[in-house]
Design a protein around this ligand. Structure first.
Ligand SMILES: [Fe+2]
Length: 301
């Protein structure tokens, strides 16, 4: 990893420091308690909470914000398992990626069976290329092991996605597109694994390409790795710029499913694994739903 990338990750870690955040939250709570602060402190609370990975509290703060601004339609459409609704911006005017997070997604014995299956397939994992267009392995941008050839629960995930496609489109504020195909593979980040900030799609919404990125995290329990958190970065979609300071941190907790639109920049933080064992790594089922070209536009951002 280059020094510049290392420094970027260190900045994200500083920004998501819980004790600093706690002090800021106390100040905001004091303003809210006075009763005349309006909606802004609720939105700021939500931003601070999502940045340090407290997703449940962040959702509650977003609900408070939507109530304070009277956004009844957004509240009504706010999926019970979404952390962030579509259509919000952070300071600096970057769009906040809507995100769904579903914890305890599989029965634990099935998650464990998926982990055993992935470990059995260890010899078939290889170093992921950075971008599909150039298909080069660039360890300065990414260190991820990947294996597209898994079978256990593969169809279950695809069926779940199929059954929930309209729900995800609605929750993420995406147009109702038709699916071209679904890419699905296993990934594992072991010692030194990371994936620097990138978007899975840079094209217009109407073009064919990746539209929904989803990840299902699984691992050996108790967890052997540290780090490897997903940061979904607030993005200026038109300029292809990321916010210098606002993002949502999603810990790679085993048995957690995460879903967000493929156009938002995101990064996998450095992963550490003391024993260097493949089995102890940060595993994911990693998938992209690709849409067909159409005439849709993206109303929300
Ligand atoms: Fe990605």
């Amino acid at each position: 990893m280059r020094n510049q990338t290392q420094e970027y990750y260190e900045k994200l870690t500083r920004l998501s420091n819980r004790s600093d955040t706690h002090a800021l939250l106390e100040q905001l709570d004091a303003r809210i308690a006075l009763g005349r602060a309006g909606a802004q402190p609720h939105l700021m609370r939500a931003n601070l909470l999502r940045r340090c990975g407290d997703l449940r509290s962040a959702r509650a703060a977003f609900v408070d914000h939507l109530n304070a601004v009277g956004a009844e339609d957004v509240l009504e459409a706010f999926d019970p398992e979404a952390v962030i609704p579509p259509g919000l911006r952070s300071p600096g005017n970057h769009v906040i990626s809507p995100i769904l997070v579903i914890d305890d997604f599989l029965p634990v014995d099935e998650m464990n069976a998926l982990h055993r299956h992935a470990c059995d397939l260890e010899p078939q994992f290889f170093d992921a290329r950075t971008f599909s267009e150039t298909a080069v392995y660039d360890p300065a941008k990414r260190r991820t092991l990947v294996n597209p050839q898994f079978t256990y629960k593969r169809q279950y995930f695809l069926d779940f996605l199929d059954a929930n496609l309209e729900r995800f489109q609605r929750a993420l504020g995406l147009p109702k597109f038709k699916v071209d195909r679904v890419e699905i593979k296993l990934t594992n980040h072991i010692e030194g694994g990371f994936f620097k900030p990138h978007a899975d799609n840079h094209g217009p919404v109407a073009s064919a390409g990746r539209a929904i990125t989803w990840l299902y995290y699984f691992a050996q329990v108790p967890v052997r790795f540290t780090g490897g958190e997903l940061s979904v970065l607030d993005t200026d979609l038109g300029r292809q710029e990321i916010s210098p300071s606002w993002f949502t941190k999603v810990a790679a907790i085993p048995n957690r499913l995460v879903v967000f639109p493929s156009w938002f920049y995101h990064a996998v933080g450095p992963t550490h694994l003391a024993e260097h064992h493949f089995a102890g790594g940060r595993f994911a089922v990693s998938s992209h739903v690709r849409k067909l070209a159409d005439t849709s536009h993206w109303a929300t951002p």
